[in-house]
Ligand binder design. Sequence first.
Ligand SMILES: Cc1cc2nc3c(=O)[nH]c(=O)nc-3n(C[C@H](O)[C@H](O)[C@H](O)COP(=O)(O)O)c2cc1C
Length: 274
Amino acid sequence: MRLFTVDGSKCKGDGICVVECPMGVIEIKQSDAFPSVTENGEGLCINCGHCVTVCPHGAFSLTTMKPEDCTLVMEEKLPSAAQVEHFLKSRRSARAYKEERVARDVLTKVIEIAAYSPSGHNDQPVHWTVIESSEELHRLRVLTIDWMRSIVEAMPDSEFTLTLERFVESWELGRDSVLRGAPHLIIAHANKSVITSPVDCTIALSYLELAAHSMGLAACWAGAIQTAAGLYPPMTEALKLPSEHQSFGAMMIGYPKHRFPRIPLRNDPQVSWR
Ligand SMILES: Cc1cc2nc3c(=O)[nH]c(=O)nc-3n(C[C@H](O)[C@H](O)[C@H](O)COP(=O)(O)O)c2cc1C
């Protein structure tokens, strides 16, 4: 199958597609020729679509991606730098959620937005598991607390244990110290043999958290669940992920009980200039 076609009536031969192709699989052989695939280039394309979407003339079509299928960037829809700054700084980790569930189409939307996060080699390896069954959420909470108790017992003098003890104590007082009452848990998992899977999942979850914030949802990284998923076999089993997959991050999500009218202070960035 041909990798791409170029509409000769639109192509201006400006070579932008050649320069922007991350894999160097496009060339223009002579100054009056149209772009073509380099020798052995077919199998190297990562289907990132940069050739299609950078062409100002809409002349370039991948067999898998046509310009008319790609949304036009609308300047008027882009937030200003000041709006982005305020938006990013106003995101908070939520520790109190309403009982109300988030509709599946809303959760699907945030997941679809997260699919636009960068991934190594454009592999897009991230899979999502959304847990919304209250029985299943409860089982994960209980397993996380079981895991914490096992660590407290095994390493009573570790600094880490102090933190875990607080989680357990709070749980024993009847508080949901693990999921904070969030009605959903979203897990990002991927094939563990793909070397960029951990970072791809982390970035995708960050996108998801920001997309959730933009829709008035509340979210919080579920670090305790994630750590238990990696270290506690009963938890790994309970997640029932495909055998070649590993969980690389989890996010609580729901509607916030409280709004944060202020932005907390943060440390000055630690930067070295060279
Ligand atoms: C990897 C990671 C794991 C986290 N795990 C938890 C967690 O298990 N429980 C929790 O309440 N908050 C968790 N958090 C949230 C942090 O405590 C929070 O990001 C930090 O206090 C700063 O607050 P902010 O996110 O509102 O700016 C986690 C955050 C990250 C990045």
